[in-house]
Ligand binder design. Structure first.
Ligand SMILES: [Zn+2]
Length: 304
């Protein structure tokens, strides 16, 4: 999970661009909705800055006319997300701003755009730029049409939430006896003085995007690679090495699955004192005698 700068696109200009080539009858309907869309965009941004997207339920009732609601949904689908339509350049710019890495999970490749508040329930927000978040397919599919009912139900917003610089994601090792592979469980461990609403939101984010389960798939590879790295080290060097790795990952992103995993490993006495040997790869092509460390510390002060 990581923060992104909000898109530098104005709601009105985006909407006007998207509807610019509509046929006269359709255009007249859509132009009549321009002010409600702009007003909805303003309300949305104020609420997002105040962690209050759950308070926008009145927006979900507008516009009342079913044909208007359907027409707004199509502005996104047919005039922004499709190739060779007026709004596609804006769509691409928003999607490309994540530079391929999904800001919602931190492990998936960006392939689409997710509506922070779903366009089916909030048609006035269908093309509001700050409601459009680059996402991988898993995150987009997993969230579906979910919208927050309470303050704690809000998933993190990459444009408006600034909760990415302090570690709040944690992991604990699940020890299993070979041949069962070791695993790790991911959970929220926020600083004690954080607002309970924020903690609830972090837990919502993990649940909605199924991050505990999806991160577990990454763990086996990390533990297997570590087996080779640690096999070449004296016992006294293992704890400092793991602490150094945890520090490197944490400096890169305090709430990535890797930083949480390495912090857990570095402080797990069982793992440090030899538990790591149980992560020996079972693949026939792996050679445990090959103990070369592919990622040596970058300077002499780093632990070896
Ligand atoms: Zn994702």
């Amino acid at each position: 999970m990581r923060r992104l700068d909000p898109p530098a696109f104005d709601t009105r200009a985006t909407y006007v661009t998207c509807i610019s080539n509509a046929r006269p009858t359709t255009k007249a309907r859509l132009e009549a909705l321009e002010e409600p869309v702009v007003s909805a965009g303003d309300q949305y941004e104020t609420a997002a800055k105040n962690q209050a997207l759950h308070d926008l339920k009145d927006l979900a009732t507008q516009p009342v006319d079913k044909a208007d609601r359907k027409a707004l949904g199509k502005v996104y689908t047919n005039r922004m997300a499709k190739e060779n339509v007026p709004g596609r350049a804006i769509y691409n710019a928003i999607k490309d701003a994540a530079k391929d890495l999904c800001p919602l999970c931190g492990i998936g490749k960006v392939t689409t755009i997710d509506h922070q508040l779903p366009k089916v329930k909030y048609p006035l927000l269908a093309v509001v730029p700050t409601n459009l978040v680059p996402a991988c397919r898993d995150c987009n599919t997993g969230k579906g049409e979910e919208a927050p009912d309470t303050a704690g139900d809000q998933t993190l917003h990459p444009y408006f939430d600034d909760l990415f610089h302090v570690p709040w994601l944690a992991a604990r090792l699940i020890k299993k006896t070979a041949p069962e592979p070791m695993a790790a469980q991911f959970y929220v461990s926020a600083p004690d003085d954080w607002d309970p609403v924020i903690v609830a939101r972090l837990e919502t984010h993990l649940r909605v995007f199924d991050l505990d389960d999806r991160y577990r798939l990454q763990v086996v590879n990390h533990l297997s690679t570590l087996f080779h790295m640690l096999s070449g080290k004296p016992h006294s060097g293992i704890a400092p090495f793991l602490a150094w790795k945890a520090d490197c990952w944490t400096k890169t992103n305090p709430n990535s699955c890797e930083s949480a995993l390495y912090r857990a490993l570095a402080t797990d006495t069982w793992y440090v004192n030899g538990g790591w040997k149980q992560a020996a790869p079972a693949h026939p092509w792996s050679d445990p005698s090959d103990t070369a460390d592919p990622l040596p510390p970058p300077d002499a002060s780093a632990p070896t």
